[in-house]
Design a protein around this ligand. Structure first.
Ligand code: ADP
Ligand code: HGS
Length: 446
């Protein structure tokens, strides 16, 4: 069953991951729409990642006021200066959505391009729900086939294995970059398991600190860690300033970026997934710089919520008047960083007074209001009933080798459900539980 290493229960090594007793309902057309978007977002990430100047220019103001983003950009700039080519590019993304009840439209919360959690545990919850509905479906008048299949971990492992094959060194390994106090190791374990059992590939778990101590790059670009050649570096850490407690971790990141290993993600892919780039891509005529297909562009735009930089006096004024209609976001990943309601009003007022580029550290986003429903959430072995809202994440895998697209798929999903009164989300952040999906025919009408 899905487990998370305890960080709170004294003397107990493991607690079960919090989960919902039965799956969240979603009208099938929205599921289809979310799945259809995955390969388009995958391609967009790859195209944007190749435009180094667009990334540097779009993040230039943020760079002035956000040290973490600035450090990432510094590594990116160094790679541009040496014309570093990433001929093999692997992305394991998750695009998160909420169904806005006011407009009955599926709107993107964000596109995660690094360390996307729960490809391992998510499918276990889908399986649990399908099993429960197989046993009790008649009583509950639910049909098991309406819980979509969810093979996220095996498909992520398959994409990693294909990247390993493209690297084409039989003795090479996959290195997973993890946090020293990783609590979500069992989610990561499923990827390691499939890599070994289905593809015969060994995975090495290392922290950035260990890479700095044990790694070095050969003259031909090969990264050696612990004396082993590294075909693919799969980051499950490195997405937050907390992962870089000293210069050692930054030099490890640079060492990896300079090597010939396949990075998942590269520094460019990580930068494409920042909230500032999400907001820039929502500006008029920007998508047209990267994609040709007008239908694809329209499909992406259809799922964009309102997104603004804080250059816009008008929107700041509106947000200060009606803070409950917005979310203020720093350039951070990992949950628990966003600002809502009265805090949003205070922060915006303060930043305006400060003036200068302080505002560039944030983006403003339309707040999405999903319809609340009743659910049973199981946490620490206890079942609670509550009014909840859900967030659908669609995993996508993308592998390109020179001019060949080897993989560009939707691969599974993650449904996260939280009590509707909670602003923040996130399972690891302690707000949400792992859920799955039950497809219904009815489309919600107001
Ligand atoms: P992070 O990258 O830190 O996870 P997100 O942008 O994904 O930050 O936001 C974290 C959580 O905040 C989401 O899972 C969701 O619960 C809530 N959230 C974020 N943006 C919005 C929004 N526009 N409307 C409503 N809730 C939001
Ligand atoms: C791991 N320890 C994410 N990832 O996917 N957040 C949630 O699991 O490898 O908690 O709700 C790392 C972000 C949604 C999952 C945690 C995207 C992590 O926080 C990695 S960057």
């Amino acid at each position: 069953m899905s487990r998370i290493r305890s960080g709170t229960v004294p003397g107990v090594g493991l607690v079960h991951a919090p989960f919902s007793l039965l799956p969240a309902h979603l009208p099938e057309p929205f599921w289809k729409q979310a799945c259809e978007l995955a390969p388009i977002f995958n391609e967009l990430v790859d195209r944007v990642s190749l435009d180094g100047n667009f990334l540097q220019d779009s993040l230039s103001k943020t760079r002035q006021v956000d040290d973490f983003t600035s450090r990432l950009l510094e590594i990116h700039r160094k790679m541009m200066e040496i014309n570093k080519e990433e001929n093999i590019r692997l992305g394991l993304h998750r695009s998160d959505y909420m169904l806005d009840s006011e407009t009955s439209s599926l709107l993107q919360i964000e596109l995660n391009t690094i360390s996307t959690s729960f490809p391992g545990l998510g499918p276990l919850v889908s399986e649990l729900h399908r099993t429960l509905i197989n046993q009790y479906g008649r009583v509950l008048s639910l049909e098991p086939k309406r819980v979509p299949g969810n093979a996220a971990s095996s498909k992520f492992a398959e994409a990693l294995a294909r990247a390993w094959t493209e690297f084409d060194v039989d003795s090479a390994i996959v290195m997973m970059i993890v946090q020293p106090e990783e609590r979500n190791m069992y989610d990561q374990y499923w990827i390691t398991k499939y890599l070994k059992e289905s593809h015969g590939i060994t995975t090495l778990r290392k922290t950035l600190t260990q890479v700095e101590a044990e790694g070095h790059v050969l003259p031909d670009g090969t990264l050696l860690v612990d004396g082993k050649k590294v075909a693919v570096v799969y980051y499950r850490a490195g997405y937050t300033p907390n992962d870089y407690p000293s210069e050692a971790e930054w030099s490890a990141r640079l060492l990896i970026e300079q090597s010939s290993s396949v990075k998942c993600p590269s520094i460019s892919y990580q930068l494409v997934g920042t909230k500032r780039i999400q907001q820039e891509l929502a500006n008029p005529n920007v998508l047209e710089r990267f994609l040709e297909n007008k239908e694809d562009i329209a499909k992406l735009r259809k799922c964009f919520a309102g997104l603004w930089s804080l250059d816009d006096e008008e929107i700041i004024k509106t947000a200060i008047e009606k803070p409950e209609l917005f979310v203020l976001k720093p350039q951070r990943e990992g949950g628990g960083n966003n600002i809502y309601g009265l805090d949003l009003r205070e922060t915006l007022t303060r930043l305006q007074k400060e003036g200068g580029d302080a505002l560039a550290a944030y983006i403003l986003m339309q707040r999405i209001f999903p319809k609340a429903s009743l659910a049973y959430l199981v946490r620490g072995g206890i079942c609670h009933e509550g009014l909840v809202i859900s967030e659908l994440g669609i995993y996508g895998s993308y592998l390109r080798s020179k001019d060949k697209v080897i993989t560009n798929d939707q691969c599974g999903y993650l449904m996260r459900t939280k009590v509707s009164s909670s602003d923040e989300g996130g399972v690891a952040a302690g707000f949400a539980v792992l859920d799955s999906l039950y497809l219904t025919d009815k489309v919600i009408h107001n």
